[in-house]
Design a protein around this ligand. Structure first.
Ligand SMILES: Cc1ncc(COP(=O)(O)O)c(C=O)c1O
Ligand SMILES: [Zn+2]
Length: 418
């Protein structure tokens, strides 16, 4: 999707290169993921000096109501044939009743549960599928904890591409059903996500498929920046004091920070301190544990949690997520399984937003960080709610029943009501 205005920006919008996140070595924009010099991960690099903040804001505001309004700071730039289901530009909801329940004044929910396939993964897949098609790949694939499978399948269907998704064989039913219904082939692997990921790395070497989060990973991860761009724009072009972000691989958290940094670098927003905090479930908390231990390295774990979408025991961006939390003065916390359900209930019953288990992890850890005094009552806080509760109803199995069970009879109902 190209706007008339963004056409003029063409020369400054394409990332000039991929750059190594560890040693800075540069590479052409190709399906590469790892630095040949130091084996560090690669990411697109933009000529930020060539983008002027006020122009950027004007162009964004004139753009489509989707993540493509930020195409100047996305891979590929304008003019590319987008794989576009309209992901992004989701509501930033003021959450006064949740704030009151937590003892805060200023809380916002970034509600990404309303994307085309009902999670933030539609953002990363839009970007990865667009790049995959421009590189000439014919089939889309991914290693997924569930939501990515839905997003890849939906975008592949829209683009008319075959799709193969690899998942652990114990995922929620809705995620599997929807993926197959979109026309993708689900490969259920006997093992956890880290086993699935290893298999996918081998399949990506053997077959000419674009694995959105394996051989397309540098482009895929950039899609998560749009959550940071949107929050800044929706707050009237400023960064909040504190953000709380769920962590699986850690990519989302690092990219929200990168988005804020890029907006500051181009002068689209004023520089000010902000803190980035992370949220994990107790049953899969490798990054939160490293944070608490003061460790630099993240020690892999075997996940065991109802927050299946966050069940990555060996997180690719864990190291970087730790750095971001420490550099910005945030924290990475974990919550129990019971707290996940309480978090889902609290958000649903105060704000009318029904999130999945990952969102329960975010809200539960938001509460913990407030109770611990890490988040201060006067801070403006944004919590990222990244997936939809209708996909993970199993989490409530056996715990929720109708409040009343009556015959179609007024007297019986009034008696039951008491
Ligand atoms: C709903 C939801 N939220 C958050 C995440 C975490 O994203 P990341 O792997 O970038 O840390 C995932 C990952 O699958 C997810 O499905
Ligand atoms: Zn390198």
């Amino acid at each position: 999707m190209t706007t008339a205005m963004s056409g003029a920006m063409k020369s400054i919008t394409n990332p000039a290169a991929l750059q190594c996140r560890m040693c800075g070595a540069r590479y052409n924009v190709e399906p590469l993921t790892i630095c040949e010099e130091c084996f560090g991960p690669l990411e697109p690099s933009y000529d930020l000096d060539a983008i002027e903040g006020v122009d950027f804001r004007k162009q964004v505001e004139a753009g489509p109501a989707s993540l493509w309004r930020y195409e100047m700071l996305l891979p590929g730039g304008p003019g590319l044939d987008r794989v576009d289901l309209g992901a992004g530009f989701t509501p930033l909801r003021r959450a006064d009743r949740l704030a009151a329940a937590l003892g805060l004044k200023d809380v916002w929910i970034k509600d990404d549960s309303v994307n085309p396939s009902y999670s933030f993964k539609d953002r990363v897949v839009s970007v990865a599928a667009t790049m995959a098609r421009s590189f000439g790949f014919e089939a889309l694939s991914c290693a997924s904890t569930g939501n990515l499978a839905n997003a890849a399948a939906a975008h592949a269907a829209h683009a008319g591409m075959p799709c193969y998704v690899f998942v652990p064989d114990d995922l929620e039913r809705a995620k599997i059903l929807a993926t197959e219904t979109y026309g993708a082939k689900v490969v259920a692997v006997k093992g956890n996500y880290d086993d699935v990921n290893r298999l996918c790395a081998e399949v990506a070497d053997a077959l000419p498929w674009a694995f959105v989060n394996v051989n397309m990973r540098p482009y895929y991860a950039e899609g998560s920046k749009t959550l940071g761009f949107e929050v800044a724009e929706q707050l009237g072009w400023h960064v909040p004091d504190h953000v709380v972000v769920p962590i699986a691989s850690g990519a989302l958290l690092t990219k929200i920070h990168r988005a804020f940094q890029e907006l500051i670098a181009i002068g689209a927003i004023e520089e000010k301190p902000y803190r980035v905090s992370g949220a994990q479930p107790e049953g899969c908390r490798p990054v939160a544990q490293a944070f608490r231990d003061g460790a630099d390295e993240v020690t892999p774990v075997k996940p065991d949690t109802i927050a299946r979408s966050l069940a990555i025991g060996s997180p690719a961006d864990g190291y970087f997520a730790l750095q971001v939390a420490r550099e910005t003065g945030g924290a990475i916390e974990w919550c129990t399984e019971a707290e996940i359900l309480e978090g889902i209930r609290l958000l649903a019953s105060t704000e009318g937003v029904f999130t999945e288990t990952a969102g329960g992890v975010t809200i539960a850890n938001l509460k913990r960080l407030v109770d611990q005094g890490v988040i201060r009552p006067d801070e403006e806080v944004v919590a990222f709610v990244t997936g939809n509760g209708f996909k993970t109803v199993e989490a409530f199995e056996g715990t929720v029943e109708p409040s009343f069970h009556v015959a179609p009879d007024l007297d019986e109902f009034l008696a039951a009501l008491g």
